[in-house]
Design a binder for this molecule. Structure first.
Ligand SMILES: Nc1nc2c(ncn2[C@@H]2O[C@H](COP(=O)(O)OP(=O)(O)OP(=O)(O)O)[C@@H](O)[C@H]2O)c(=O)[nH]1
Length: 302
């Protein structure tokens, strides 16, 4: 199933700027982008290799589609069958993020990959329903911080990433592939951080463990994880099953897979690799684990 990331935010907050940044810096990741109008996507920066109706294929393997709200459903269905790694939907500045998320959750063949909400650091007072929208966000991008002398505080519990010109590390949102790799198969290599180095302020920590983890202890770790830990991905093995974990900001999903040892990559800013490793080691199951304990994890299973 292809993950779908919803990119929302008020008019002019910087959604298209962020999208163009993702298209430029995502290596060989094939991104399907859905926008209202692709006049604003910086298509000239990529060679266009094919154009059919409202779709443009870029030479880097990405696909851009321009649709209005009423066609979104059928476009998503079409994209679900395309050879893509991730789909990003840019909600127009007036679209209701909640409605977009609902639509993605109901769409066949795709999985919800999180709601990224962009806020203009200067204009946040002008955003209607800011608090309500922020409550839905899995990751908040506080954009245009070059225009403020101090960072405003936002009324939300999701992690907040202060940036200029939407320059977030794409690895915070989805798997980033190096350019020109073969067909995709989740391998240990995929778990390494292939993000470009324009974002040197992020650290990544790899954790491997042959012993199964305790579901309750691991979920306690996830819910208390440090604020700067924006992303975690990889395999987690519990005594009663192995899962692929995917988190973007506050969003968590577990997908059951065949048994594999725990292998995780954690990405964040200002994180302490040693204490995170110790914390994860303390999650090793040292007693019996029941089906009841697994419910802590299964709540997030997709
Ligand atoms: N100073 C500054 N300007 C920015 C930054 N990010 C984006 N902009 C500018 O802000 C304006 C709006 O950015 P867009 O990316 O078009 O915003 P949007 O959310 O897609 O806008 P709509 O689609 O109209 O809702 C553009 O002129 C950008 O160049 C930033 O970090 N700093």
């Amino acid at each position: 199933m292809i993950p779908v990331v919803v990119l929302a935010g008020f008019l002019g907050s910087g959604k298209t700027t962020l999208l163009n940044h993702l298209l430029r810096t995502s290596g060989g990741t094939r991104i399907g982008v859905v926008v209202n109008d692709f006049g604003r996507i910086n298509i000239d920066a990529f060679a266009v290799s094919a154009q059919v109706d409202s779709m443009v294929t870029l030479s880097n393997g990405c696909l851009c589609c321009a649709v209005d709200g009423s066609e979104l459903d059928s476009m998503l269905e079409k994209l679900a069958t395309a050879d893509l790694d991730v789909i990003v939907i840019e909600a127009s500045g007036l679209a209701e993020p909640a409605a977009m998320v609902r639509m993605v959750l109901q769409a066949p063949g795709v999985s919800y990959g999180g709601l990224i909400y962009v806020v203009d650091a200067v204009e946040l007072g002008a955003v209607p329903h800011l608090e309500r929208d922020l409550a839905l966000a899995d990751l908040v991008v506080l954009n245009k911080v070059d225009r403020v002398s101090s960072l405003p505080s936002l009324p939300c519990s999701a992690p907040v990433l202060p940036v200029t010109y939407g320059q977030i590390d794409p690895a915070l949102l989805f798997e980033v592939r190096p350019p020109d790799t073969g067909p995709r198969q989740l391998s240990f290599d995929d778990l390494e951080d292939h993000s470009t180095h324009a974002h040197a302020s992020y650290d990544s920590v790899s954790f491997e463990c042959d012993e199964p983890l305790h579901p309750k202890l691991f979920m306690d770790f996830l819910s208390a994880r440090p604020e700067g830990l924006f992303r975690a991905k990889g395999f987690v093995r519990f005594p009663l099953g192995t899962f692929i974990l995917h988190t973007v900001g506050a969003y968590v999903s577990f997908t059951p897979v065949d048994e594999a040892p725990t292998q995780l990559v954690l990405i964040g800013a200002g994180i302490d690799p040693e204490s995170l490793t110790d914390w994860l080691l303390a999650c090793v199951a040292d007693g019996p684990v029941t089906e009841q304990d697994m419910l802590w994890v299964l709540r997030y299973a997709r």
